[in-house]
Design a protein around this ligand. Structure first.
Ligand code: SF4
Length: 423
């Protein structure tokens, strides 16, 4: 059943839905996490379905030395827990003996491992003690029960937080950049932070096991992704301070993100302006090029990646599109407040999903573009509606000044395609 509730920060009504959902599970995150963490291995403890999902999400890839695999739970595992734990130990021992390059091993839970209540945290502790100090062994859940695909990253990063070395109470302030970004984008941001005068910067996830940032009361953390609620909570619990900012999409989102960070480090406003003025202007010009196509167009987001709110903010504020409905699986109000504040008052915000109701609203609204999961795109296209796959936005470099034009282009492309089809 639907109900409307008020949001404190914005007094904006939120439509909350609980019903049938159409999203990928958290195992999907392994596809980008294994590229980011270069000495990590992801061992999914699951079924053949889980193995198929990761293989198809990752595309057809032939690796000499793959960095993810599935330990398949067989029927006899379902019958006796002892067997499953012993078998897992054997699989891990064999894997680590053969692959000395692995420095971090994640045991990733799935629906089947959760259904049979296979305790992967115990397994991680037992195996971690055995293989320390050469290999760090952690666990998290990528199960599709009540989760969405970007939450796989959240759960993985939250598992890493207790491993971060403790900084002394009087250690100099440091910045922790949180969220997995393509290396090229991460490097752009690190250069900008250095120009701003923030040199003591660590990244979660680090590219290598030894690179985890230190954390203490003088640490400030900056989220690069809006879907990291559990990780943020774990960082709060370790005493780090959250930097409140818009997410770094487009010229204005990126400016706000950098400016808020500089302010948290006491950097002079005039210096910030000097550093960001030129790249911000480049980004504005790149966006303007695509805004001609997009301005005035109506867009709906169905809940999928959790990037929906900041992307809708970008499209409304910087491109001139009109967001009709912005649906997101979970609304992290604290992290999204600044983006939410900049959405038009009459944009409908929904949290959770009841797919039939949502499709009915899309059919009634008939937006020019609908951002949705793969499974819903084809039926909507068949009804004459243009769609954009939400997952493509997660796999593309879209953060920061230099990617702002490409981000706008990703939304312009399906509209151009439809124009061509209609000629
Ligand atoms: S974890 Fe669950 S939802 Fe994901 S592939 Fe495995 S069985 Fe399917």
């Amino acid at each position: 059943m639907n109900h409307i509730a008020a949001i404190d920060r914005t007094s904006r009504p939120i439509l909350r839905e609980r019903g049938q959902r159409e999203v990928f599970c958290g195992l999907t995150s392994i596809v980008w996490l294994h590229r980011k963490m270069q000495d990590a291995f992801f061992l999914v403890v699951g079924s053949r379905t889980c193995a198929h999902l990761i293989q198809s999400a990752a595309g057809v890839m032939i690796f000499a030395e793959p960095r993810f695999a599935t330990a398949i739970l067989e029927e006899r595992d379902l019958a006796g827990m002892l067997d499953a734990q012993e078998e897992l130990d054997r699989v891990v021992d064999r894997l680590l003996a053969r692959r000395p390059d692995i420095k971090q091993l994640f045991l990733v839970g799935s629906c089947p491992s959760e259904v049979i209540k296979l305790d992967l945290s115990k397994a991680a502790q037992r195996l971690g003690a055995k293989h320390a100090p050469n290999v760090r062994i952690l666990n998290y859940s990528g199960s599709g029960i009540e989760t969405t695909f970007t939450q796989g990253e959240d759960a993985c990063l939250a598992a890493l937080v207790p491993e971060m070395p403790r900084a002394d109470d009087d250690a100099p302030a440091n910045l922790i950049l949180v969220g997995s970004l393509p290396d090229i984008v991460e490097d752009q941001f690190l250069r900008l932070f250095a120009k701003l005068g923030i040199d003591n910067v660590g990244v979660l996830p680090a590219r290598n096991a030894g690179g985890l940032p230190t954390i203490g009361p003088n640490s400030r953390y900056l989220l690069a992704q809006p879907f990291l609620g559990e990780t943020a909570q774990a960082l709060d619990n370790r005493g780090a301070q959250h930097i409140d900012a818009m997410f770094p999409f487009g010229a204005e989102g990126t400016s706000d993100w950098l400016t808020a960070t500089a302010k948290a480090f006491g950097i002079d406003e005039a210096h910030v302006e000097e550093v960001i003025a030129a790249p911000r202007e480049r980004a504005r010009r790149a966006i303007a090029h695509h805004a001609k196509k997009l301005s005035g167009k109506r867009i709906s987001f169905l809940p999928d990646s959790q990037l929906e709110v900041p992307l809708a903010r970008f499209l409304a504020q910087e491109v001139g599109m009109t967001p009709i409905e912005v649906g997101t699986p979970y609304l992290h109000q604290r992290h999204l407040a600044r983006d939410l504040d900049r959405l038009p008052d009459d944009t409908r915000i929904s949290e959770g999903q009841d797919v039939d109701n949502q499709l009915d609203r899309v059919r009634a609204d008939r937006p020019d573009l609908t951002v949705c999961g793969l499974g819903l795109a084809n039926p909507l296209e068949a009804e004459g509606l243009s769609t954009k796959w939400a997952i493509e936005l997660v796999f593309s470099p879209i953060h920061g000044f230099e990617q702002a034009g490409d981000l706008a282009e990703l939304f312009a492309r399906p509209l151009r395609r439809r124009d061509r089809l209609e000629v």
